[in-house]
Design a protein. Sequence first.
Length: 454
Amino acid sequence: MLQIATTEKRLFPLHLPPIDWLFHNDDRPDYPMVSYIELDFSGPIDRGLLADALITALGRHPLLIAKIERAKANRLCWVPISDGYPEVVWLDENEPLIEEPLDIRSGPGLRIWGRPTAEGTRLTLQLHHAATDGTGAYRFIGDWLVAYGQRLPGVGEQCEFGEIDARTLRSRRNKMLGCDGPADNWELWRESLKELWRMNTERISPLKCPADRPLPNRQPNLQTQWFDAAAHKRLRDLATARGVMLNDLLLWQLFRAIGIWNAAGSGPKPPGNAVRVLVPADMRDGNDFAMPAANMTAYTFVTCRASEWKSDGLLEKIRGETSKIKSGTPQHDYAKAITGAMNTPRLTRWLLKGNRCFATAVLSNAGDPARRFTGRLPRSGGKVRLGELTLEKITGVPPLRSLTHASVSVSSYGRGMAVSMRCDPRHFGDTGTQDFLKLYCDQLSTMITPELVG
């Protein structure tokens, strides 16, 4: 069994906090609650050293070597696995990635595939959202790179692990609720009922599915378009000039792209009278630097009427909504709602499995993923460089759920900006995903006329 980086004698079994409980219950075979991250390297990679480094990194992130089952007090808990640890499955360059359901109840919530590319190597990570969110995943990836760099001659002294303490995993429930002790049960019930009412009374329009849906499509069907450093700067400067955040511009143009997409073509418009974008919000603060990979993300939502996408006032409305998110109030309300929902598990599971569109799309602004690395790594030109091996690109997307047909992530790395997208693989092939991604990036382009790269 791997050695876990904690001074606490017994971390497991660890009761599921509400956030993990929710994503465990929102998991289904046809829509697994999983995210994807792709790492593209140039230069040679030593597969043996990479495997050894993976073992070291996993020991620092115990939820990635655990599964969910009933344990202490017959409650759902994280328990350690004794075998079947994640390892890199190597594929040929053009070999298809065969995706099977990732069952967090029978094994760990992490899979990794590797394949050679023209430039070097691509690693694809599939992560269960109950085990970790994007920030936690990037912390694990950073530790994996540190462990690999420490095994390279002439590089090891430039690589150093950051602090890690698995005991912080025990405090996530109260941390997300914003309290130090027991929460008020009536307040939890009230927030839960309010959230359920809001989510089930508004008829949200899904993204229209393309008429041509070639199957089977390639997994994970992750498409990315790059903006160069100059274009990225122009976007930031435009946001500043308009008195908004870059994320506000990204949301604004996503609403417009959805409106254009749903209005186009001869097929029927999707049902619903509103468009909603799910905006993940990280609830970590400076005191959580030593927390291993885990989920600390709240769901927040920005909604507009289906006809508002042409409105001149939409950007200002978005700015008002994101200002609330920056205050932290929606995140704590969300944490209270899902904590209250644990008291009615059957009702919650029934609502989650229902045929309801909770959000039209997901938009995550990941910033620079490499800034989530907690260790010290050598860089060159804004990119992590370990001897002859360079991490050229980091891209990824949050999970998709039923009727949320598009997951978008915007990130900056190596002085450029990546817009990554994954559309529902049951309704979108590569062409459909590329078309919607191009439409969204063209909407951003109309504001600044950037040079698109890649």
